[in-house]
Design a protein around this ligand. Structure first.
Ligand code: AMP
Length: 398
């Protein structure tokens, strides 16, 4: 099913309500420490303004639990938007139960920011009345926030149901196009790398991927559980003994399709998880009882890089090791460079993966970096994301 896109519409004179992901990190004094998300939203906002829309931006910040809380005010975001857009972006504080005069009086090509949607309990509850209240603010609702697309909330789902027109913004549309390209009709072979801390958080993803991919590579704490499943001694490494059967069934499912899940043959180990801890590289058979596997070794990293080199499409979530520790970052670095250098279409996503990619300086060379952590993983699992499903429904009715 298709969706309508903001660029398909004539926005002149229309009140356009855009849901953005502006949930930026702040320090203790409320200063924005990373404005990437605000910067990412600028092209959409500018485009809507240039198209003659009366632009209202809405977003959440933190978890204010349905109450007004100055700590979570979007005031610093309004200030930053004002700077970056070079035009005044007023913050509208009272809009939760009415259409305020600031909205009524907004002119063509002007923009304002609505205060945190989560100051009202109805947002996370996808409350019908609050959704209708939001819908009454606009002629056109634009969802541009992929990061919250896996949640059915008033600002991502309910409002799309009741707004006169509901469409995807350019950022969301790009996410949808890229993930569709990577998963629905991928250039083969499709290679997926799933690393990170725990199997438990990614079991569904691993299972879904075994059905779709030509080659699955596991890394990080996840690989430890797989090593355990293969009967290896992994000393004091992070692993989930209760999930070895699940790991074994993933290995079996891949084997049945003719693809082994390659496990680390050499590893980097330490006696404690700290930046000061001395590390050594050894064969996987030589891990001591008092040691932890914190990264793959160079031989393993080179083998994974070789597999990545031959890929048509690459999907990546999760580091190969504890990359925050400089002495345990090499495996992840080798992988990131291999992905960056490959000819394949590469898509990466999920919280720590972006930090790992940024650390290696390869951000520009990955074909597509998803902004959504949970949403990215749920998409890969093959789940329908509610915020996208409702846009499809609305397009169908149009
Ligand atoms: P995730 O959020 O699931 O992608 O997991 C990322 C986290 O996994 C990072 O904080 C890494 O430090 C951690 N991690 C990766 N490999 C290991 C490992 N072998 N042992 C302990 N932690 C790891």
């Amino acid at each position: 099913m298709g969706i309508l896109r903001m660029s398909d519409l004539d926005l002149r004179g229309k009140r356009v309500l855009i849901r953005e992901d502006l949930n930026v990190p702040q320090d203790d004094d409320g200063r924005i420490t990373d404005a990437t998300r605000i910067e990412a939203s600028l092209p959409t906002i500018r485009q809507a303004m240039e198209m003659g829309g009366k632009v209202l931006v809405m977003a959440h910040l933190g978890r204010p639990k349905g109450e007004r809380n100055p700590k979570y005010s979007l005031a610093p975001v309004a200030e930053r938007l004002t700077e970056l857009l070079g035009t005044d972006v007023p913050l509208i504080a009272d809009w939760y139960d009415r259409v305020p005069p600031e909205v009524e009086n907004l002119g063509e090509g002007e923009v304002a920011l609505l205060e945190n949607v989560r100051f009202h309990p109805g947002d996370t509850e996808n409350d019908e009345a609050f959704s209708k209240q939001m819908a009454a603010l606009c002629d056109v609702y634009v969802n541009d926030a992929f990061g919250t697309a896996h949640r059915a909330q008033a600002s991502t789902h309910g409002v799309a149901q009741y707004a006169p027109v509901a469409v995807a913004g350019p950022l969301l549309a790009k996410e949808i196009d890229s993930l569709t390209a990577a998963l629905d009709n991928p250039r083969r072979p499709l290679v997926a790398i799933v690393g990170g801390a725990k199997v438990s958080g990614k079991l569904e993803v691993l299972k879904a991927l075994t059905e779709r991919v030509d080659q699955l590579i596991v890394g990080g704490g996840i690989a430890n559980t797989f090593l355990l499943a293969e009967g290896r001694n992994i000393g004091g490494s992070l692993a989930e003994a209760e999930l070895v059967d699940e790991a074994r069934s993933v290995i079996e499912a891949c084997r049945a399709k003719g693809a082994e899940v390659p496990l680390p043959t050499d590893v980097v180990v330490a006696k404690e998880f700290s930046e000061e801890a001395p590390v050594r590289t050894c064969a996987v058979e030589e891990v001591g009882d008092d040691e932890m596997i914190l990264d793959v070794g160079p031989e393993t990293a080179a083998r994974f890089a070789e597999l990545v080199k031959g890929a048509g499409t690459i999907l990546w979530n999760g580091p190969l090791g504890a990359f925050e520790l400089p002495q345990c970052a090499e495996g992840t670095r080798t992988l990131a460079h291999a992905i960056a250098d490959s000819e394949a279409f590469s898509a990466a996503g999920g919280g720590d993966t972006l930090a790992a990619i940024a650390m290696t300086g390869t951000t520009e060379k990955i074909s597509y970096i998803s902004t959504g952590g949970g949403a990215f993983l749920e998409w890969v699992e093959g789940k329908k994301l509610p915020a996208i499903a409702i846009l499809e429904e609305r397009a169908d009715q149009a």
